[in-house]
Design a binder for this molecule. Sequence first.
Ligand code: 6GU
Length: 309
Amino acid sequence: MSEANPERAIDRGEGTEAGRSAHSIHFDIFTLFPSMFCGPLSESILKRAQEKGLLSVALHDIRAYTTDRHHICDDTPYGGGGGMIMKPEPIFRAVETVLTGPPGWQLAPEDAFVNLPPWDPETPAPLPAEVPIILLTPQGRRLNQAIVTELSHFRRLALICGRYEGVDERVRTQLVSDEISIGDYVLSGGELAAMVLVDAITRLVPGVLGYAEGAQQDSHSPGLGGLLEGPQYTRPYSFRGEQVPDILLSGHHGHVARWRREQALLRTLQRRPDLLQTVNLSDEDRTFLRRHGWQPEMGEGEQERDADQ
Ligand code: 6GU
């Protein structure tokens, strides 16, 4: 949670009835490039989630909330230097207008620029405390499955897509309640990151995934206790000289389960030994890992890579 603006700190609804029961989720996404979202929202899981009424997304073009002749949304930085900075007024106007309107409200296309609801640049609008306002920025807290789970408990979230060069600091100090990054690399803007967030959160909404336990078995999910998933196979049995491990054809569910656990442990040891420090490991897990070269006292990057599968 951003400490920049404690007044916008968030009620997560955890432990409440609403936090546990089946629910739909609504995203208000504020962007200069709304059409970037059309592809991802029109396919597969996100498409079906919308059709089932479990997900709704309202795309808000920040530019539509400008009233000047050239619809300017950015400006040069005070103090000089390169790049352009997103101006505060269009972002504040868009977010305050949408979040103080009825749920699901969107500006009609013909009203863009010319028929905006009244808005006072000097007076902060009373924003709903239960809606996090998240700025997507490489300066935010780095996304992981625990943060995705935390955010999945909200019924409604507002996402502001910043452009990489920057956003006026007043957006952080007066509007935003949280800042999220999706990793330590540079994107041209927050749009792709917002799509990542929508996808990851929506997967956790009950009823979105067909197979009830689907999300529980994924890598990084609680079902595997934070381990990476091991190898998986489907037909054919033999492909280019490589056969499916016979244990998977044995029909012995106990042996299969133990093999899968061991493969997950091995894969995690080989690829992400840092994750083993936060996973709940049984005595059996620890014995197995030590036999494969695990040295629990070692830090990230120091684990001996043990190649045997
Ligand atoms: Cl959220 N925005 C941008 N521009 N770059 C990023 C990012 C976000 N997360 C990682 N890189």
